[in-house]
Design a protein. Sequence first.
Length: 398
Amino acid sequence: MSGTENQKGAYYTGTYPNLFLEAGYSQQEIDAKLSKAYYDLFEGPNRVYFEVGDSMAYVSDLKNHDARSEGLSYGMMVAVQLDKKEVFDRIWRWTKAYTQHQGGPRDGYFAWSINPETMVKNSEGSASDGELFFVTTLLFASNRWGNDTGIDYYAEARRILDAMWAKDGTGGIHHVINLEHKQISFVPEGGGYEWTDPSYHVPAFLEVWADFANDGHEQFYRDCADTARVLLHSACHPETGLNFDYTNFDGTAHPTRWMPAGFRYDSWRVPMNIAMDYVWFGKDKAWQEDYAARIHGFLRKEGINQFVDQYNPDGTTPEFILQAGGFQKLRHSLGFISTAATVSLIDEVDPDYDFVHKLWNEKLEPYEDGYFDPYFDGLMYLFSLMHLSGNYQAILPE
């Protein structure tokens, strides 16, 4: 899978599909839908973005009363994609000031959860996907806005990357990527360095690191992108396409003390990551097309308006249901509806745009029982609208 093998991907051509337009919606309608979703999450009464003073802001997982490296980095990704520099800069300043370790064994890494009311960290440790997104968004910001507008985005990205390479296991703290397996770790410390989360495997981002990190590890990052693709092959079920939330480096289930193995909330991100890699790079098209047919086939069989948000990867109902926001039940969740729709970006899997129309008609609002999650449901919804409208792109220098 060399970089020159297939340069027809959108990363090389700059042409990103707009499936909403193809499905018959007008550009004006598409722009309005995207604007409303952004307004709801960043400005409206149910927003998850909160400004602090005149120069900072954070994104909060409201149902869990915290700010997470996941959500902070997602907010930055939305902002750099939609060219909202002030929002990006505010979130980064807050994140750096309150969650990035300055010194010690975790130097350069981010506490994955902090209470924004009390400013007490719920954990000092990192979740590796936070660092993955922070580096990628900072590289994109460097490409989009340059490095002399108040924040040197490239230097901030390099600070994180160089910190990763400085970790040698001292104090139990490691590189974010397991160096032996060339796969992103669940967490870069202790035993969590020895297993992974398939939704953290975003080969498209590792290709971006290879091109723009300029830290001397380009080939390593390319290898990691290819290894991520291979992990997804083994992690996704041969019939349903579903995967376990957590796996070993060979894709087999990794149960934890807090929950048995299953397809749950983290896993919703996998279809979106695969669709993104397909559109941007197209280096693994045959497998990705097969995957798309499997997962869409399974969801159609379940019922396009009925499929639920947690499964065993073989498609059966799990005995253990992971709770969210005080509710422990299976539901037809907006977040998974959204990411399932992004699979339509893969050629010929959704010829009538069934999943695209379904997402178009969804609303970010409370469910019938009152459960409402503008954070994870909302961000997956916004990301998916961005992907399907051609507004989630690899941002390259002018």
